[in-house]
Design a protein around this ligand. Structure first.
Ligand code: SAM
Length: 377
């Protein structure tokens, strides 16, 4: 089967869905934008590692679609049949000279890179389930300043559906609440941050994407220990009966004081800082307007990044309007009506890419319920 994605032509056997997932397209496009922006931010051509390359789609797109941002790509996969397709596809797309191939278990690949004195600016970790066991190895294969593009498909555990797995993989407590996907992304960020800190790297998120299937987070990593942002890590508490939600930083945990007729839900530890770097999102938007081959894709990506910009400097959770309407027994108000009404009253309010029915605001739950009632009656 031959498909076209971006500028890449990719051949694979239909049975090999394990190695090529069409649902990964958005994350690959974000990878392209991330690489363009990172190369500009660092002022360098990047050496890239695609540690779980499958049939090579990411590597090839990164080479074909980033101009001169990429010096070369090391593509790895532990599956020999997948790698054979990756090599064939690299040849088909005319990029084989700029690639090196490895057929190793990913941890061994990273370790061999270190032994060969080969360090990367950008490492892509796109594996099923949790990426956490690979983080310490990947971080050691980074240059002093570089980025790791982490995928986690653990959406159910991170949404409180398999709490044991969430605790095992991320050391976190999860709940199946309306904003669980945002909370899940924040838990992954905190877990990557701690795992990298143990390897003497300080991490911060450049962008955080939930594509409906997986979390895709680009984390900047810099060697050092001093600036570890422990105060940006904390918990979210939610009262299921009143809908009140509070984010509490870890050094303020003793101050939690919420009136709740039912048992409080606690979620975390998680990253409570911004999920995106505003300057980095700007660089991504700039590089998107320079050249992108598909107008429909460009439009979709631009809209998504603009929504992410609205998530910056907002509380680390959102309110789902249908959950709110159910709780107070009204019909669901229209999203933009709510946002505009909140803004008219002087609150900050905006939409979120995590949910089509969610809004972010600094208004409290009582104000939110009052405005919703006023809008639908
Ligand atoms: C999600 S697929 C990769 C898809 C690819 N990155 C893309 O965007 O099309 C995961 C790949 O990781 C490989 N894999 C799984 N576990 C691995 C491991 N521990 N080390 C190296 N490769 C592994 C699988 O063979 C599979 O090709």
């Amino acid at each position: 089967m031959l498909i076209q994605e971006g500028l890449a032509r990719i051949e694979f056997e239909e049975l090999d869905e394990v190695f090529f997932n069409p649902r990964g397209k958005l994350s690959r496009s974000f990878g392209v934008l991330g690489i363009r922006a990172l190369s500009r931010a660092l002022g360098e051509e990047l050496v890239v590692a695609d540690a779980f390359t499958g049939v090579g789609t990411r590597s090839i797109r990164y080479l074909l679609e980033t101009g001169d941002a990429v010096a070369g790509v090391h593509a790895n996969d532990s599956s020999a049949p997948a790698l054979e397709f990756a090599i064939r596809n690299a040849r088909l797309n005319g990029v084989i000279e700029r690639m090196k191939f490895h057929c190793l278990e990913a941890r061994r690949f990273f370790w061999r890179s270190v032994e060969a004195n080969r360090f990367y600016h950008f490492i892509d970790i796109d594996v099923f389930g949790t990426p956490m066991q690979f983080i310490p190895f990947a971080v050691n294969a980074l240059k002093r300043q570089g980025a790791i593009y982490v995928t986690s498909t653990d959406t159910a555990p991170l949404c409180g559906i398999n709490r044991k797995a969430a605790f095992r993989n991320y050391g976190a407590v999860t709940e199946n609440v309306e904003f669980c996907h945002e909370a899940g992304a924040r838990i992954v960020i905190a877990a990557v941050l701690s795992a990298s800190a143990r390897q003497a790297y300080v991490a911060r998120p450049l962008f955080t994407l939930f594509d409906g299937y997986a979390f895709r987070i680009l984390m900047m990593m810099e060697r050092g220990r001093k600036s570890f942002p422990h105060k940006e890590i904390g918990f979210i508490f939610r009262c299921p009966s009143t809908g009140e939600v509070k984010a509490v930083k870890q050094h303020r945990l003793g101050t939690v004081d919420m009136e709740c007729p039912s048992e409080l839900q606690a979620i975390g530890p998680m990253w409570l800082g911004d999920m995106h770097d505003p300057e980095f999102l700007k660089l991504m938007l700039e590089s998107l307007s320079e050249n992108w081959f598909d107008e429909r894709d460009r439009h979709k990506l631009k809209r998504l990044i603009k929504t992410m910009q609205m998530e910056i400097d907002m509380p680390p959770f959102f309110h789902d309007l249908s959950v709110l309407a159910d709780r107070i027994g009204i019909s669901t108000p229209r999203k933009m009506d709510m946002v505009n009404a909140l803004r008219r009253e002087g609150f900050r309010a905006g939409v979120t890419h995590f949910s089509g029915t969610g809004i972010k605001t600094d208004a409290d739950h009582i104000t939110l319920a009052r405005i919703a009632r006023e809008l639908v009656t």
